[in-house]
Each structure stands twice: as structure tokens, then as C-alpha cells.
Design a protein around this ligand. Structure first.
Ligand SMILES: [Zn+2]
Length: 255
């Protein structure tokens, strides 16, 4: 199986070593959160053949200087043949919740630049867009006729879910599917062919994963829960999730 979304560069060096040496899955998509993170993701992908890098700017942070975004866009241009996708990009849902007066217009403008880059270089895009933000992002993706979109750790209403299924957008499920009813219901509604598994590590989980370092192996547990909800065998689900991730990110065309 492949962890479809992890921030490998956010682990401490000792944690990273432990993670690599105890890995029971086949690969990971490590997403970037700023320019420095793009460089780190690139280094990790060069070091470990089972790590695939994406370049982007995470929306849940204060806006950077325009130069920062330009550096990332330049890096995407230079490595467009070698990176797996553009991401993590999106809209600042949780920052806005904490600070309702936040002006999100500049965040929309930054996201639109990344969507344009995804179109220009024909790259998949990894999105952080939940609840009301998801439909706004759907508008943007439809405007540019973007086909390969991955809404990581997606949460949202039925109307948006149906729109995303109609557009064949991918989602990914984290280990919180063990204890979040909202995610369990999403798994029931969403076609298995459009689902991947992720940890968003080092983000930590509750329930059976309480007080554990988030390890990419935890997607095996997510796979088991998805199998239970979909009433399929674990093997069938693991194979399908893996195929989905390989096909969506074009990993077979890489080394
Ligand atoms: Zn993330």
C-alpha cells in the first residue's frame, strides 16, 4: 500500500529513521508546505526510492511574501517532469475559523496560481479544501478543467460529495475512520475506485492510535476499516487503494 499524503519533512530526524526502518508499506507521497519544505521533500525523494515528492504551499499559515510563491512555482517548472503532483495547496479553513475576519481573497489568488500550474504542466493537484471551501475549490477546478484532483482528508456535505464523485475527484481517508462517524459515512457514499489511504503524518490520531507516533503503516489499519464498511475483503480493498494511488499519481511511470 501507499500512504497518499504525509509530511515526512515534519518528522524529527530520529522519528524519520525509525519510520523508514519499520516500514511495512510500499511507498509514500510526501507533500510540501512551503519552499523549504519543497526542497526537503525533493531530497527525501532522491534518498528513498519509495518516496514521491509534491511541491506546493500549505494554506493554513500566514501569507508569505510573493517571492516565496514564485520560488515554489519556479521549482515546479524546473521539476515538472519529476514531481508527483502540486500540493499541498488549498484554502485556510481552520485559520479562518479561528480568525473570522481573515481576508481570504489573497489565499484564493495563491491557489489559483497553483491550479494554473497544474493545468500548464499537466500535474495532479493535492488539495486541502474541506466543508464550504470544497465547493469553492470545485468551481476553480472546473473553470480550468482540472481532471486529476485529490482532496486529502476530505470532509463535506452530500451535495459537494456528489459533485466530486461526478467529476471523478479522488479523496483519501486517514486512520480517523476508526472513530469518526462522519468519515465512515463518507466511505459508504464514495466509490472505492476514487479512494486512497493516507496518514497526514505526523498529525496524531485518537481512538486505537492514541499516544502513538503517526506511522505510514497506519494506512493498513485504515484499509481494514474501509473493508469492513464496504463489506469487502481486506485484500481486495488494499489492492484497489494501492492501484488508485499508483494510477492517480502515475507512479508506474517513475522509478
Ligand atoms: Zn497535509
Amino acid at each position: 500500500m501507499i500512504d497518499a499524503h504525509i509530511h515526512l519533512d515534519w518528522y524529527q530526524p530520529n522519528e524519520l529513521q525509525e519510520l523508514i526502518h519499520t516500514l511495512k508499506i510500499d511507498g509514500m507521497i510526501t507533500v510540501a508546505s512551503d519552499f523549504k519544505s519543497c526542497q526537503r521533500a525533493w531530497q527525501l525523494a532522491q534518498t528513498y526510492p519509495f518516496v514521491y515528492a509534491t511541491f506546493g504551499w500549505h494554506p493554513e499559515q500566514a501569507l508569505p511574501a510573493a517571492q516565496e510563491i514564485n520560488h515554489i512555482l519556479e521549482a515546479i517548472e524546473q521539476k515538472s517532469q519529476d514531481i508527483a503532483a502540486i500540493g499541498e495547496v488549498g484554502l485556510p479553513y481552520y485559520t479562518k475559523l479561528k480568525n473570522p475576519s481573515l481576508d481570504t481573497a489573497p489565499y484564493h489568488a495563491v491557489l489559483e496560481q497553483f491550479v494554473q500550474a497544474a493545468k500548464k504542466y499537466d500535474l495532479p493537484i493535492v488539495l486541502h479544501a474541506v466543508y464550504e471551501d470544497a465547493s469553492v475549490v470545485c468551481d476553480l477546478l472546473e473553470k480550468y478543467q482540472i481532471k486529476r484532483a485529490h482532496f486529502h482528508w476530505f470532509k463535506g456535505d452530500s451535495t459537494t460529495i456528489n459533485r466530486m464523485i461526478g467529476n471523478q475527484y479522488m479523496i483519501s481517508v486517514t486512520p480517523d475512520c476508526w472513530y469518526e462517524a462522519e468519515i465512515q459515512s463518507l466511505i459508504k457514499q464514495y466509490p472505492l475506485e476514487l479512494i486512497m489511504a493516507e496518514t497526514d503524518g505526523p498529525w496524531s490520531f485518537k481512538g486505537p492510535f492514541q499516544n502513538q507516533m503517526t506511522h505510514p503503516n497506519m494506512i493498513l489499519e485504515a484499509g481494514k476499516k474501509i473493508a469492513e464498511i464496504k463489506q469487502l475483503t481486506v485484500q481486495t480493498v488494499q489492492e484497489q487503494l494501492t492501484r488508485n494511488t499508483i494510477d492517480f499519481y502515475g507512479l508506474n511511470d517513475r522509478n
